[in-house]
Write a new protein. Structure first.
Length: 283
């Protein structure tokens, strides 16, 4: 995907402001500061998705951000855009690394083990509205240019993080109590997608009939098991096409477990509307 020439990312425009203010809210963010290239931040970043969708790589894992998704990114992790919709829009809260030593923000270090492996949380409408109302309070502090600006921003950030942790814990508790067949499915899928792309295989892994397994996955996630299988393969294919330009399409087909280049091309074009070669040239 081509980088928009008229758009300059606020993290590139205002690095000094981040250093001076410590905590800064940037609205209208359309992607990563590096465009389509890998990006590693030395700052702590909270990304609140408002609309659109972006597929990305978080270190070596496929991930995404979209409407009502909040991502908590600790310093020194690498992000890379795989694809994004033209309407993608987010708000970023940037926290300079020097601020992380504030005693009020020790919650950040307490959250590290939860968010570093899986940075994104999908919120429902009410949760999203609560989070965005806290962010609006942070914007108001910035607009009024209060003398105790830093202290107030720190307290609101602490409140936002505690609120987000409560939402995340609730979702994990709900997932645990429900058994979450889909969670096991996604774990199995990441391990076996190169060799197995049939729903029946994953149903057997869960010791369930294919019909019941399919119904539960659809109920838990809103999408069919086939959708998730294809989505995972395409995400991996896009990542390899973007990151491993030294590999031929045939080599990628082999790495992804397709019998030949033609089969891979047919699958990729059916799912994306582009051939692998055309997709690689479009980035």
């Amino acid at each position: 995907m081509k980088t928009e020439q008229s758009y300059t990312h606020p993290m590139n425009l205002y690095p000094q402001r981040i250093k001076v203010e410590g905590i800064v809210v940037f609205d209208g963010v359309r992607g990563l500061p590096s465009g389509d290239e890998p990006f590693t931040s030395s700052d702590y970043v909270i990304a609140i998705g408002h609309r659109g969708h972006m597929d990305l790589m978080y270190d070596d894992m496929a991930d995404y951000t979209e409407k009502h998704t909040v991502g908590v990114i600790f310093p020194n992790h690498t992000l890379c855009t795989i694809s994004k919709t033209d309407d993608y829009m987010a708000t970023l809260i940037i926290v300079d690394s020097s601020v992380l030593n504030d005693p009020l923000l020790q919650i950040i270090n307490q959250m590290r083990y939860r968010y570093e492996p899986h940075p994104n949380v999908k919120l429902d409408r009410h949760e999203y509205q609560m989070i965005t109302s806290v962010v609006e309070g942070m914007r108001e502090i910035t607009r009024l240019d209060m003398l105790d600006h830093k202290m107030l921003m720190t307290r609101l950030l602490e409140f936002l993080l505690r609120l987000l942790s409560q939402y995340r814990k609730r979702k994990l508790d709900e997932a645990h109590s429900a058994g979450r067949i889909s969670a096991r499915f996604h774990s199995d899928l990441a391990q076996h997608f190169r060799e197995h792309r049939d729903v029946a295989f994953y149903a057997r892994q869960a010791c369930l009939s294919t019909k019941y397994f399919s119904a539960v996955v659809k109920q838990e996630t809103g999408y069919t098991a086939t959708h998730w299988i294809h989505n995972h393969v395409i995400a991996e294919a896009k990542m390899l096409l973007h990151m491993r330009r030294d590999l031929t399409v045939q080599a990628l087909a082999d790495q992804l477990g397709f019998p030949d280049q033609a089969a891979f091309t047919r699958f990729f074009k059916r799912e994306t509307g582009l051939s692998p070669t055309a997709y690689r040239l479009s980035m």
